[in-house]
Design a protein around this ligand. Structure first.
Ligand SMILES: [Zn+2]
Length: 358
């Protein structure tokens, strides 16, 4: 049975998101979540998913959302991040159906100091729900991992009570993922907190499952955001099996892997590490650093190769009167970045077994 027999094409919401992740868990597939910052990057990611015949997750970060609306716009009170995220979601909703693939439209890490952004997106979801009976986004991520476990869970519960009734998935983070992203710098954190403990993961599960089933947990297992020398932090995806076993025991042993787990900071990890994570119920893996670089590569190579055609509007190595319009048109050089980005997304899909799934 193909995935399109289970969920429709286009942006998924409500139980369809869970059906997608159940499919992923059962088939040991992990769906890459690619950060997008523009219609160009979003379209390239959708194109890759269509070509490789598989579902995909598109996500916007707080900074990426502001960029989506335009860097010239003030982000006072998160206004640009809110309008940019909403614009991205509307765009993806419109075009995803045309690409014919199931899509999860997600918002990335939101720390406590950025909750105004989260509130703004939720308001847009609620307004959309009133009109269409489903939220604008598929899911949102709350990252209160910097706070105490108690406060982390308390804030997640508060928001999930608002999200679950309108069909929104919640992704939360517990334990600290090293590295830096969107202004949260964890490079100096001690090693013990880089590995989340199984009872803590179950505390999250217990609190959230009382509200609804549609949530996932990003537990730290030595992951590091971004690619740089990891030092003595080592990835231990086998720890995730302990989380599943502990949760399964606590729930009476009926379900083998009750948790939907998420892999943050996966750039630069080995195939073996990825396989271990996926076989332990990791259904989503964030990919940002590698696809950022991939988008540059196509543009960089084009500019280098066509240098003589890009210095003036008219006049190139073939003649002083030759026009260069077909080289400097953004549809030509930006397109080169889209192609290399799409190739890198396909590579991520292949690494995660997310191929020929429709
Ligand atoms: Zn994270």
């Amino acid at each position: 049975m193909g995935l399109l027999d289970i969920v429709p094409a286009g942006v998924l919401t409500g139980d369809n998101v869970r059906k997608l992740f159940d499919y992923a868990k059962e088939n040991k597939v992990c769906i890459p979540a690619i950060n997008v910052t523009s219609t160009s990057t979003a379209n390239a990611v959708l194109e890759a998913a269509r070509d490789i015949k598989s579902p995909i997750i598109l996500q916007v970060s707080q900074g990426g959302s502001a960029y989506f609306a335009g860097k010239g716009l003030s982000n006072d009170k998160q206004k640009a991040s809110i309008v940019g995220a909403v614009a991205a979601a509307h765009h993806v909703r419109l075009v995803a159906k045309a690409y014919g693939v199931p899509v999860v439209m997600h918002s990335d890490h939101c720390a406590k100091k950025l909750l105004e952004w989260f509130d703004g997106m939720l308001e847009a979801d609620e307004a959309y729900y009133k009109q269409h009976g489903e939220p604008l986004f598929s899911s949102h991520m709350l990252d209160l991992s910097e706070e105490s476990k108690e406060e982390n869970i308390e804030i997640c519960v508060k928001y999930f009570k608002r999200m679950a009734p309108i069909g929104l998935w919640l992704e939360m983070e517990i334990g600290i993922t090293g590295g830096e992203e969107d202004g949260v710098d964890n490079t100096g954190v001690d090693n013990a907190s880089l590995y989340t403990q199984a009872p803590d993961v179950f505390d999250v599960h217990k609190a959230l499952s009382a509200i609804g089933p549609n949530f996932s947990i990003a537990a730290a297992f030595g992951n590091v955001h971004g690619v740089y020398k990891p030092g003595n932090v080592k990835l231990h995806p086998e720890l995730l099996q302990k989380h599943q076993e502990h949760a399964s025991q606590q729930l009476g042993g009926k379900v083998e892997k009750p948790l939907y787990l998420v892999f943050h900071g996966g750039s630069g990890s080995t195939k073996q590490e990825i396989n271990t994570a996926v076989s332990n119920g990791v259904v989503k893996m964030n990919v940002d650093t590698d696809t950022q670089f991939a988008y540059l590569v196509g543009i960089r190579d084009f500019i280098e190769k066509k240098k003589g055609y890009l210095q003036t509007q008219v006049g190139n190595p073939e003649g002083a009167d030759k026009p260069n319009k077909k080289y400097y048109d953004p549809r030509v050089w930006v397109r080169e970045g889209e192609k290399t980005l799409a190739e890198r997304v396909k590579e991520a899909c292949r690494d995660l077994g997310n191929v020929e799934r429709l």
